[in-house]
Design a binder for this molecule. Sequence first.
Ligand code: SAM
Length: 350
Amino acid sequence: MLFRCISSARAFLGVVSAEACTKCSNGKIITSFRPAQRLFATNVQCPTVGEIIEQWSNRFKNEGIPEPVESIEHIVAHVIGTSKILDVVNARNERLTVDQHNMLDSLCECRLSRMPVQYIIGEWDFRDINLKLVPPIFIPRPETEMLVHYTLKALSTSGNERREILEIGCGSGAISLAIAHADKTVNCIAIDSNLQACELTKINRDRLDLKDRVAVVHATLKESGTIELSDVLNGPKDLDLTSRSFDFIVSNPPYVPTKQIPGLNPEIKLYEDLRALDGGDDGLKVIKPLLKYAATALKPGGRLFLEVDTTHPEYIQFFTTKYPVLKLQYEHTYKDFCNNDRFVEVLKLP
Ligand SMILES: C[S@@+](CC[C@H](N)C(=O)[O-])C[C@H]1O[C@@H](n2cnc3c(N)ncnc32)[C@H](O)[C@@H]1O
């Protein structure tokens, strides 16, 4: 099924000049556009894959679309039924069928409307798992793979046999599912305040066959540092997050200070749920309750791994020192690909 990009969103936040694609503006799940067959027609009317890439990357570039070459390569890959860019490179001299070409034009129009390529193709790789992605649920960022890496590293040296992990704010499920996929000895509970995010995590969990070890819970971390349960989706019905304790808590919470939101790219402002990013005035709106909750819910020796804004590690050190009664000890800040302080590790003392 193809969609047209017609709904004007120029006035969105009064900042951007772009049109939102109706495909995602209603927030519904997009079905895959993947064509049934992976073949190329000998239709000489259609340009070759190489010509298509050149034409569309020039058009994207002229219209100020970020990552013009990558954008068209991923769209072509999707249309020809592969996720490997190498397959696209190898198909440079092939021609698409008329149907594939029409589909490609339609998807490229969506990219011109600044729709993220991840939503256009409806899936994306995160570490070694593939996730279905649906607007407006937060698209996992590459740096969050590092948060998973540091968590897995700590897991590999922690003694317990079957570790219990809680993720707060699971979005598409990227963190919990990547951890559970990589380490067969963990059980995860993934919560999110957004029911649509929980449903997407559940779909991704079932696709990865992790139903036995990942429970998805529609629940909200409140300002008080408690968790309010809405629903347990296909998990144990007696789940009590107030009395339960965990070996690890991990989270990539909303942490962007509100004043930075208007400066974000149209891809984010038009298509992603801004509640997944907006961390309030200081970006700490969810992080403060998260620290309080971790103090009560982590087992002695348990660890909290957080993705944060570069200004937050200092606050977290200050917080743990100021409230020794919480028995939280700041351990380390790790840097992201751009050498920014991005991930914080906190230890629960006995
Ligand atoms: C930055 S996104 C991270 C999503 C996913 N973990 C990832 O890294 O791709 C933050 C997520 O936290 C959820 N969230 C925001 N506030 C929350 C709260 N108070 N309690 C639970 N989840 C919350 C949002 O709905 C969103 O899905």
